[in-house]
Ligand binder design. Structure first.
Ligand SMILES: NC(=O)c1ccc[n+]([C@@H]2O[C@H](COP(=O)([O-])OP(=O)(O)OC[C@H]3O[C@@H](n4cnc5c(N)ncnc54)[C@H](O)[C@@H]3O)[C@@H](O)[C@H]2O)c1
Length: 346
């Protein structure tokens, strides 16, 4: 029997999730779509013919003829939708990151999910599904690079999106919460630990409009992790050459590098201006396969009754960390971090 999925949010990423479910995940069926934007509904309904098309999340929950829900709405709505889904008896939920925007929301989500034992709850930290990242983790755990000393993770968005980013910022939580939680999550997953001390710098280097919404366009954060590993993460909205996400894990016996060259294709152009290559244009292009893989794994978790690879605890800690890290960047001071997350019944 196919796993019947509903999706809420059909914007930039939601549309791609819908396409992955419909075309690229065997065993999954897109049965319901929900968005507050009618044009998005019309487009997906015409292309994929789901059984239910609605602007109302309440109507979707009341209809209820689906196994799992994919949440891809704006970040500020996630907590409310997750809690409503859990209260409405939805047993399997995948949500885009971040799960919530405040400590209150994190606690509401924790209570709602933990009140439903056995609920599949997966968070969209898709970098964990990158085959090279997975291989790096395997090699670290096999001891191939000795003790990890320094992990460097970089995310540079192509420039040219100033207007979009300034508009997007108030609902995204800003650069640290929106972009850097991916890298924090990857570092947690690679090391198996958490940050204990955080120091960061950042500012507005190009997108002047971000000042009015209290956001920044570039940041670099340095951390000490619980096992002593140093982790440095860098994020930029202003890369002049395209999307670039190199990673390096340097250990006492070796070093792993991923994505150093972010080529769009295998073409090299040679001309009077010299030799050049074209770079990946945007994040979706670079991580495309991981978005399919994470939803395919969500479907497999439902089928097999398995715990997802990115859990409530991971989603909770990423947001919690972002709040401390943003404060470290804002003040320029070293901040200590201890998680408040508690397991069910603790
Ligand atoms: N994992 C990643 O790499 C990644 C990348 C980009 C965005 N995201 C996350 O995905 C989410 C969506 O981002 P986006 O860029 O697609 O945003 P977007 O603005 O393009 O799309 C948001 C969608 O949500 C819908 N929506 C909002 N509130 C709704 C509600 N109450 N009920 C029904 N529909 C509602 C809108 O109609 C729209 O379809 C954000 O949380 C963002 O952080 C994750």
């Amino acid at each position: 029997m196919a796993v019947r999925l509903a999706i809420v949010g059909l914007g930039r990423l939601g549309y791609e999730h819908a396409r992955n479910i419909h075309y690229r995940i065997p065993g999954a069926e897109l049965v319901a779509i929900c968005s507050v934007v009618q044009a998005e509904l019309d487009r997906v309904a015409a292309e994929m013919s789901p059984a239910l098309v609605t602007t109302s999340f309440e109507e979707l929950l009341a209809w209820g003829q689906f196994d799992g829900l994919v949440i891809a709405t704006n970040s500020g709505t996630h907590a409310q939708l997750i809690c409503a889904a859990a209260a409405g008896g939805v047993r399997h939920v995948y949500t885009e990151k971040p799960i919530g925007m405040s400590m209150d929301e994190l606690e509401q989500i924790r209570a709602a999910v933990q009140a439903n034992p056995g609920m599949t709850f997966q968070v969209g930290y898709n970098h964990r599904f990158d085959p090279d990242m997975m291989e790096a983790k395997r090699r670290i755990e096999a001891g191939e690079i000795g003790r990890p000393v320094l992990i460097r993770l970089v995310s540079r968005d192509q420039k040219g999106l100033e207007e979009f980013i300034v508009k997007f910022s108030p609902t995204s939580g800003g650069l640290v919460a929106d972009m850097m939680t991916h890298d924090y999550d990857t570092a947690r997953w690679l090391t198996g630990g958490d940050a204990v001390r955080i120091f960061g710098l950042g500012g507005v280097y190009a997108f002047e409009g971000l000042k009015a919404v209290d956001d920044i366009d570039n940041a670099a954060i340095m951390m000490e992790f619980s096992d002593g590993t140093m982790v440095q993460i860098e994020a930029s909205r202003t890369s002049p050459y395209g999307y670039h996400a190199p990673a390096e894990i340097y250990g006492t016996k070796g070093c792993l590098k991923i994505g150093e060259n972010s080529w769009k294709n295998r073409m090299i152009t040679m001309g009077e201006g010299g030799v050049s290559r074209v770079c990946t244009e945007w994040f979706y292009e670079y991580w495309e396969d991981t978005y399919r893989a994470e939803l395919a794994d969500f479907v497999a978790c439902i089928q097999e009754g398995r715990t997802p690879r990115v859990t409530l605890e991971d989603g909770y800690k990423a947001v919690e960390w972002a709040r401390v890290a943003a404060e470290a960047v804002r003040t320029g001071e070293v901040r200590e971090y201890t998680s408040q997350f508690t397991q069910e019944g603790a």
